[in-house]
Write a protein that binds this ligand. Sequence first.
Ligand SMILES: [Zn+2]
Length: 77
Amino acid sequence: MPGERPSRDALAPDTEYRVVRSETSIDVDGFRKGEPTGEIECLECGRSHMNIDEIPHREDCSQRWAKTDYWRERFLE
Ligand SMILES: [Zn+2]
């Protein structure tokens, strides 16, 4: 139901993230080309992090406060 949740869900279909894949060979970063590195990138501001809840979004990024249910359960009452 719309309006039920106080903040956006980072894993909801309307948020814009992508899985970062290696663009170099395994010699460079330890990942084969095209293999997911484990990082998630915010398509809005281009910042990335291993943990979707820890992405250092730009201050003007609309997804800055998008958090997963896990994060909210842990840090919000
Ligand atoms: Zn962002």
